[in-house]
Design a binder for this molecule. Structure first.
Ligand SMILES: Nc1ncnc2c1ncn2[C@@H]1O[C@H](COP(=O)(O)OP(=O)(O)O)[C@@H](O)[C@H]1O
Ligand SMILES: [Mg+2]
Length: 250
């Protein structure tokens, strides 16, 4: 699945973006950020600060009130908190749907779906229907569906928020392994400071509503990152810096 990697552009740039809804709610003000090749950028911020709005703007689902948004990615994938699978389709057929909608020939889209399911550790579960799968496995199918499109840019809106703690940690480990292998540019949203620090090359901290970026923390470690990294002193020091920035602006 890593074929034309070098040709992928994978960039997103927001400059001075403000979003005011028709209700008068100002969700974001003066937000500037970019994600480049090989970067996994996570935005942490309090509930209601405009994180989902930010991702919806990046994906083109919403338009900005002012400011500019530039997406120079050939393919963009979106992963939501809810796995949003079709219950009447098997795991395989859920992932294949992406190719079906694009008119990819059957054999090719089967092969790609199988490779994507393998990438997320679901080989052997292709024929299962969503209700036969655990929450973590459903999220894996959702991830496979996002990856089968070979995105240059992948947007994640609190994808692990509904999972239990153990499954959540497993999914974080899987995602950074997949990121290392696939090298899409990532923009990830979470409430969880440790999730942000563990996954990312860079963490952006948002203030309470109206959301704006108040701090940026570079994360120093290469991938893959061992799960035990979370218990190191350096990890504690960095999460402390992010938490402090969050606390000062919520
Ligand atoms: N379509 C909408 N119309 C009006 N207000 C909205 C809309 N979408 C979100 N909001 C408001 O914008 C603010 C930010 O929402 P959201 O981006 O969902 O926050 P977060 O994802 O950080 O919890 C909230 O006050 C929310 O009620
Ligand atoms: Mg949200």
């Amino acid at each position: 699945m890593t074929t034309d990697t070098a040709e992928r552009t994978r960039t997103l740039a927001l400059e001075g973006v403000t979003k005011r809804f028709p209700t008068g709610t100002v969700a974001l003000t003066g937000v500037s950020l970019s994600t480049g090749a090989g970067e996994f950028v996570t935005v942490v911020g309090p509930s209601g600060c405009g994180k989902s709005t930010l991702l919806r703007l990046a994906s083109g689902l919403e338009t900005a009130t002012s400011g500019t948004i530039e997406v120079s990615a050939r393919a963009v994938s979106y992963v939501f908190q809810d796995a949003t699978l079709l219950e009447w389709r098997s795991a395989m057929r859920n992932v294949e749907l992406v190719g079906e909608l694009r008119g990819v020939p059957r054999d090719e889209r089967r092969e790609r779906a199988r490779a994507a399911l393998d990438l997320v550790g679901l080989t052997g579960f292709e024929a299962q229907h969503p209700r036969q799968l655990s929450g973590g496995m459903r999220m894996r199918v959702s991830l496979a569906r996002a990856l089968v499109a070979e995105p240059d840019l992948a947007l994640f809106d609190e994808p692990f928020g509904a999972l239990d703690e153990i499954t959540r940690l497993q999914m974080q480990t899987e995602l950074q392994r997949i990121f290392r292998q696939e090298r899409f540019a990532g923009l990830f949203i979470t409430h969880s400071v440790s999730e942000a620090v563990y996954l990312s090359t860079r963490v952006l901290v948002m203030s309470g509503r109206p959301g704006r970026i108040v701090a940026e923390v570079q994360i120093p470690w290469d991938y893959p990152r061992p799960p035990e990294l979370r218990y190191s002193a350096e990890f504690g020091e960095i999460t402390g810096r992010v938490s402090t920035a969050l606390g000062e602006h919520s």
